[in-house]
Design a protein around this ligand. Sequence first.
Ligand code: NZQ
Ligand code: ZN
Length: 390
Amino acid sequence: MLGNFAFCNPTKLYFGKDALDGLKEELPKYGKNVLLVYGGGSIKKNGIYDKVVKILSECGKIVYEDAGVMPNPTVEKLYEGVERAKKANADLILAVGGGSVCDYAKAVSVSVNCKEDPWDKYYIRFEDVDADCRIIPVGCVLTMVGTGSEMNGGSVITNHSQKLKIGHVFGDNVFPKFSVLNPEFTFTLPAYQMKAGFFDIMSHIFEQYFSGEDDNTSDYIAEGLMRSLIHSSEIAVKNPRDYEARSNIMWTATWALNTLIAMGKATDWEVHMIGQAIGAHTDATHGMTLSSVTLAYFRLIMPYGLKKFVRFAQNVWGVNPAGKTDETIAEEGLAALEAWMRRIGLVMNISELGVTEDMIDGIVKSTLIMEGGYKILTPDDVRAILKASL
Ligand code: NZQ
Ligand code: ZN
């Protein structure tokens, strides 16, 4: 049953091979000073940087650069970005990159005029942006698919000294004002990143699907997104330049985490909490931290949400229920999920990410416990999941 909710997603999307032309419509809406934020240099190798800078100059912008945003952006980089944005007196932050660059741009946008330490305020105390804090608008040109950061308020920052990787989900005043989604821009992604992105999408859908037992439109949408992703991912792994597959995946990723499929229902997010804790200790690629623990997590919670796992098996994987117990149907669903994960080549255990047994207690400590899923985990449950995933 759908409860009460307000739905607003203000991000304007430009999608397709000509999507970058959208910049020409958007840029005139903002002042002259643009802080161009990007990562470790992939956009210089694949030509996206040159295309963006050309449009910026055609639109008469003064461009200030903030390069070197690392995967899993750090709090130290955030402080640096705030100083750069202040010096530039930025009217717009243009993020060109993957989820890390987009997340970082949002973190800078709410921190430039923040009177307190942004890490403590937003990531430890989870406070909202103060009413009198001017938020610098953000626009994105997406080059890596997975996080949904192009159309949401999420912003994940890592604090290595505190061994914490924390996401703050900001309100729609922090969502990107616009995002450019050209599937061709993702063609140069290394296979490992591409696959990690595929599982990140799947995990976002799982986190919102595996909760509640009611009849809910959001769950039907989620099943459609999962089926599209499973289909297209298999094609893309074989042929990364298949535009049809890559474009469907890009669109699926956006809808998987732009708040739509969370409407009217509880959501879980525990796998993300464990994945982020692994990330805080290893700096591993986000999607792979999720793939390495998902099956152990599902096997632990399945008895508490059996009905949904049965539905997942039938509606997503086409498991035939005839003559089988609910447990068998649900297990066949998980077996089908595992087979897909292996086929597309995901990381299936945390040892591959550099986790050793002596790190497990620390990861348990860094794991936040959520309350929206089928079982509220105890620290011992988290430990058991990590041990089963070694
Ligand atoms: O830095 P460059 O040189 O650009 O290289 C990047 C980076 O090394 C490379 N890359 C990106 N586009 C490319 C490319 N290489 C070649 N060609 C291209 N077109 O890929 C590497 C990974 O990029 P990154 O942005 O780190 O990946 P992703 O998009 O997965 O973002 C991960 C971050 O997003 C957070 C994660 O925790 C992590 O910090 N998340 C954000 C969420 C949100 N905003 O809602 C939700 C997610 O659950 C996630 O937690
Ligand atoms: Zn994720």
